[in-house]
Design a protein. Structure first.
Length: 310
């Protein structure tokens, strides 16, 4: 090795060591803030209780009603939603127990979580490149698409699917609220280099929004299934289960971007040609056309649900 190469190598290793140290400092800064700071958004305790009861296989509608009725404001909100045109129930639903019977425990539990999460993050005014309305629409649509994929692909039910779906990008919201200069730098990098946001985050910060969101979810003490799925929704270990929650969310997320504001015929055509998608779905869905129709309905639901809940 000649001197020139030597000095080149050592200057490269110093700069990559610098880069590494910089990333470690940023990761520590973000993690410390999310784990220790007091003014972070909190989830109302009723959301945990509801998730706990709804997740137990032998819970009854009465068990769930007992947990929920202590929160009068929340119960009122759920009844208002249940009686809205969104559900189109022909009879008036005038009690929580009736809502639970008509709509089912899963649906009510999803409504409670959505209401609690929206309350934890009161609207901010946004900025040129941050639109809170779009953020929540995307989040709710991915939650719907995640649950929709479990349905249409006939996958074994996952109780955390909706919550993990609605929280999958909460790390981006954390970056926006507490580390906006990092988020702006990542957005610029992603545009300039034409790479997805999580790649830009890994490159500049050393951690992606999936893991940042998972730190908040861990702090909230939500089930581990949810924090793992959110952490891994963009990058997973090679041995991650093929139909695990993180993978389903990842496909739901990509489907959203494919489907949003696009003609269904175009989407159907693209999915039929998408090798990765075809292999993943296998023979689990009846036809691509019915799948797209069902999932389009889910995106519709997210829009209407947010209109009622906000
Ligand atoms: Fe994401
Ligand atoms: Fe997303």
């Amino acid at each position: 090795m000649n001197n020139k190469t030597d000095s080149l190598n050592s200057s490269m290793s110093i700069s990559s060591a610098d880069e590494g140290l910089k990333k470690i400092a940023i990761i520590t800064e973000i993690r410390t803030k999310i784990q220790e700071v007091k003014d972070l958004p909190t989830l109302p305790s009723i959301a945990f209780e509801v998730l706990k009861v709804a997740g137990k296989p032998n819970s009854s509608t009465n068990d769930l009603a007992r947990v929920m009725e202590v929160d009068v404001a929340l119960t009122g909100k759920i009844l208002r939603t249940a009686n809205s045109a969104y559900y189109g129930v022909p009879r008036k639903i005038d009690s929580l127990r009736m809502a639970l019977v008509v709509m089912g425990m899963d649906e009510i539990s999803n409504l409670v979580t959505t209401a609690s999460i929206l309350k934890a993050f009161p609207d901010d005014s946004g900025s040129d490149d941050w639109d809170p309305k779009y953020f929540w629409f995307h989040s709710a649509a991915v939650a719907e698409l995640t649950v929709g994929l479990y349905d249409v692909l006939n996958l074994p039910k996952s109780t955390g699917a909706y919550v993990a779906g609605i929280l999958h990008d909460v790390g981006q919201l954390m970056l926006h609220q507490y580390f906006n200069k990092y988020r702006v730098a990542c957005t610029d990098y992603s545009k300039k280099e034409d790479v997805p946001s999580f790649r830009a985050e890994l490159e500049l910060l050393g951690v992606d929004h999936g893991h940042i969101g998972a730190w908040l979810i861990q702090r909230w003490n939500l089930p581990e299934e949810i924090s793992i799925a959110v952490a891994q929704h963009h990058i997973r270990p090679a041995d991650a289960p093929q139909y695990g929650l993180a993978t389903v969310i990842d496909f739901a997320d990509r489907l959203f971007h494919k489907m949003y504001n696009r003609a269904p015929e175009k989407v159907i055509e693209e999915l039929r040609e998408d090798k990765e998608w075809r292999e993943w779905v296998g023979s689990r869905a009846s036809t691509t056309a019915t799948l797209v129709q069902e999932l389009n309905g889910r995106i519709e639901r997210a829009t209407r649900l947010l209109d009622i809940m906000k």
